[in-house]
Design a protein around this ligand. Structure first.
Ligand SMILES: Nc1ncnc2c1ncn2[C@@H]1O[C@H](COP(=O)(O)OP(=O)(O)OP(=O)(O)O)[C@@H](O)[C@H]1O
Length: 336
């Protein structure tokens, strides 16, 4: 299945400099820069309508950018779109699955499109159907497949041509947890063979699980970029929360832990903390020395949700209003 590359792979599977795209007066991508090292998973995150699909469509040659210096697989998108197309696979919200024919026939059609010899096409189709747990359903029309099965078939079809760079636009949307985990495993396996994955997702956990680097798209710009861990460090807010039921104990603790943020009504104290065992022990020691015991101790470490909501706060008010979120809004943070 693996084709021998005629040249050593380019160190960067994808580079975009000053990528710009507008629809009429509306700027969707406002001169963004992206670099995706070969053999890594890169995730583009953003609220609905941020322009993730637009970026995927441009980088996969489906639509053209208004401006930008764009290279995919070492090929210039503006002058060598054909070579880019030969290097990539795309699956996304624009599925290639034909519902009128069976899963197997869809796969064989792809094999024909890639000019695979008949026997190799059959073997590749069978292997991929097996790998995506579609062997049993292979002879049924794809229209009878569940959403998850169609999505798996779509990705299997993409892999027929052994692309070195794969664009996955929300690959697990609509999948149940088991299928989602299967897909994660498949994506991880792909990367071990040197494939580069450009992933958009609405699931922050997915980016956290899979991506080597994550870029948060907001207002047409990259608001922040880094590994999941690096992005989490951008957002202060790790804390320990102590809750008391006895007002005397609460007051005694508050006078001992003077740096804590007090909530005199809820009888809670909040202290900045990285959640480490050492810091927790220090807090507990200080409570002990004051002779008080909290009724509840909870640790909050910032997760990717916090980062995402903090960075995209002003356009996600519908989701952010229920839960108080920090309003830190770096204009551009790159962590290396
Ligand atoms: N052909 C088009 N003509 C005009 N506007 C468009 C066109 N395609 C997309 N847009 C607009 O561009 C913006 C970005 O759309 P895009 O689909 O790239 O967002 P997205 O981040 O992928 O969102 P989602 O997660 O909802 O798919 C949206 O406001 C959308 O309405």
């Amino acid at each position: 299945m693996t084709k021998t590359a005629p040249h050593p792979p380019h160190p960067h599977a994808i580079t975009a400099k000053h990528l710009h795209k507008a629809y009429g007066a509306k700027t969707i991508l406002d001169g963004i820069d992206l670099t995706v090292p070969t053999g890594t998973v890169f995730s583009l995150l953003g609220p609905n309508g941020a322009g993730k699909t637009t970026a995927v469509k441009i980088l996969s040659t489906l639509i053209t950018a208004d401006a930008g210096d764009l290279h995919v697989g070492g090929h210039n998108l503006a002058t060598d779109a054909q070579a880019v197309r030969a290097a990539i696979g795309v699956t996304g919200q624009f599925s290639a699955v034909d519902g009128l024919i069976t899963g197997e026939e869809n796969m064989l059609l792809m094999a024909d499109l890639h000019h695979l010899p008949r026997s190799e096409g059959r073997r590749t189709a069978a292997e991929l159907l097996e790998r995506f747990d579609l062997t049993e359903a292979a002879k049924k029309p794809a229209s009878t497949y569940s959403g998850g099965m169609k999505r798996r078939l779509d990705i299997a079809m993409t892999l027929v041509g052994s692309p070195r760079i794969i664009f996955l636009d929300e690959p697990t949307t609509g999948l149940d947890p088991r299928s989602r985990h299967t897909m994660w495993r498949i994506i991880r396996e792909l990367v071990t063979t040197g494939v580069t994955v450009f992933l958009t997702t609405q699931y922050l956990e997915e980016a956290d699980q899979l991506a080597d680097r994550i870029a948060v798209l907001h207002d047409g710009r990259i608001a922040a970029e880094g590994s999941a861990e690096e992005l989490k460090r951008l957002i202060p807010g790790g804390h320990v929360r102590l809750r008391f039921t006895d007002p005397d104990a609460y007051r005694a603790a508050a006078s001992r832990l003077r740096e804590a943020v007090r909530d005199d009504e809820a009888l809670t104290l909040q202290l900045p903390s990285d959640g480490s065992q050492r810091e927790l022990r220090a807090v507990l020691d200080r409570l002990d020395s004051a002779g008080v015991e909290a009724d509840e101790l909870t640790v909050h470490t910032p997760d990717l949700d916090d980062v995402f909501f903090a960075l995209t706060a002003d356009t996600t008010t519908d989701t952010a209003t229920d839960t108080p979120r920090r309003s830190t809004q770096p204009t551009k943070e790159t962590v290396r």
